[in-house]
Design a protein around this ligand. Structure first.
Ligand SMILES: Cc1cc2nc3c(=O)[nH]c(=O)nc-3n(C[C@H](O)[C@H](O)[C@H](O)COP(=O)(O)OP(=O)(O)OC[C@H]3O[C@@H](n4cnc5c(N)ncnc54)[C@H](O)[C@@H]3O)c2cc1C
Length: 396
């Protein structure tokens, strides 16, 4: 991928914002268990960073995903994972389907103010009983006149205690589980919504994560994204950007952790020499750096194909899988080389170890990524068995 002046401009603008506006406050927000989404997003909206790939008509920059990739890379310089995740929900997780399939009126009402930084949003798919198994969600949206009436609950919703609206996956029919769902834009101040429960987490501590309960919540039917019954498909498409963002936004952070570990082990002495001078240590750091570069190359490749309009289901899943695995390797090995200091709560490597653990779980666990890759390789037994059965039937 050839990087232009504009790519570098977006990267530099976003990195400067991270360094000057986010990093000085990260410790305070980690301790508070929440980031001031409204205040931060307003500043980012003013810089034009919240709608890089979104249509110009709604305040976006109308650029292709390679520019969003630069933004995601830059966010990796934030000294925690929770704030980039909260920002990524707004730019890459809750808005792609609305931008692509939503009506003009819906985009005017929800997308435009979100790109400006005037509204905070969430993506609400997971439920207590259905995370990996998205098709198994139980929340229903029943038609009643010009409204939907929504009942159910959503679990682990990022930005959930402070968002103004959520892009929510609901069952709108009784049919097949992949054809009975819809994405609905739900204003989170609607009557019947309870989202007070902020969850206590191992990492990503500056990001608020909520349980959302919905009791006869009325939402106008015009808040439907695209067509009714297409929600599962839209969400699978929307996951592509979520997964590309997830893979890309960790990369600079991992490089920084490796660099900080080199610095620390260079000045730390044991047995009369710097820790980094042990061959095991410097070879391992070289291996980790190599892994991060491989991940970056894969992310670039997936992005290039996505921009070219190709199906990146397999590459995006591979990049997300690889990101989770590389992050676990890098943070675990680096923490080891920091010794006791690495085990201290405030140390950057310890925070990274806690925060990046989510990469292998959120937005589709590693095993779900492996299932998708197997499916696309044609080696998922279910698909093969069905094909064998079909062939047998046709032969009989
Ligand atoms: C901090 C945080 C923030 C989150 N933010 C959001 C959000 O904003 N919006 C949202 O909708 N969701 C969000 N989630 C939910 C997240 O996407 C889910 O936790 C994730 O999809 C996994 O679902 P689950 O927790 O129900 O795990 P389960 O489905 O219970 O699976 C548990 C484990 O079982 C294994 N497993 C599952 N299925 C298979 C299989 N087919 N084959 C082999 N192994 C399998 C995997 O190891 C998996 O990790 C968030 C979660 C966390 C922790």
């Amino acid at each position: 991928m050839i990087l232009t002046h504009e790519h570098k401009e977006i990267y530099n603008t976003a990195k400067k914002f991270v360094v000057e506006e986010l990093n000085p406050h990260i410790d305070e927000w980690e301790a508070a268990g929440i980031w001031p989404a409204r205040e931060v997003l307003k500043k980012m909206g003013d810089l034009g960073l919240l709608g890089i790939t979104k249509p110009v008509e709604y305040g976006g920059l109308g650029l292709d995903y390679s520019y969003e990739l630069m933004f995601a890379f830059a966010l990796g310089n934030c000294r925690n994972g929770g704030v980039p995740m909260g920002i990524g929900v707004v730019t890459d997780m809750a808005t792609p389907a609305l931008a692509r399939f939503g009506s003009h009126e819906l985009k005017k009402e929800f997308l435009e103010p979100t790109i400006k930084g005037d509204r905070v949003c969430s993506i609400a798919v997971s439920e207590a009983g259905a995370g990996s198994d998205v098709a198994g969600i139980k929340t229903t949206a029943r038609r009643d006149g010009d409204d939907y009436v929504i009942n159910g609950s959503k679990m682990w919703i990022t930005n959930g205690t402070q968002a103004d609206w959520a892009c929510m996956l609901c069952n709108t029919g009784e049919g097949k589980v992949h054809q009975n769902k819809s994405l609905i834009i739900v204003p989170l101040d609607a009557k019947g919504i309870d989202r007070k429960t902020k969850l206590d987490k191992l990492g990503m501590r500056a990001s608020d994560t909520a349980m959302i309960f919905l009791d006869n919540v009325r939402v106008p039917r015009r808040n439907l994204v695209g067509q009714e019954g297409m929600g599962f498909m839209y969400q699978m498409i929307q996951f592509q950007e979520e997964r590309l963002f997830g893979a890309a936004s960790g990369i600079d952070g991992l490089t920084n952790i490796i660099n900080e570990t080199i610095e620390y082990t260079r000045q730390r002495q044991a047995f009369g020499q710097s820790i980094v001078d042990n061959q095991y240590v410097h070879f391992r750091l070289a291996e980790l750096k190599t892994e991060v570069e491989c991940l970056k190359a894969m992310v670039f490749q997936a992005c290039e194909q996505y921009v070219a309009g190709q199906d990146v289901m397999m590459l995006a899943s591979m990049a997300k899988l690889k990101a989770g695995r590389v992050a676990r390797e890098v943070t675990d090995s680096c923490l080891q080389f920091w010794g006791g200091q690495g085990f201290m709560w405030e140390t950057n490597v310890a925070r990274s170890y806690r925060d990046t653990r989510l990469l292998s779980i959120g937005g589709g666990a590693d095993e779900i990524m492996l299932g998708i890759i197997c499916k696309m390789m044609g080696i998922l037994p279910g698909k093969r068995k069905a094909a064998e059965l079909k062939a047998k039937r046709e032969a009989a």
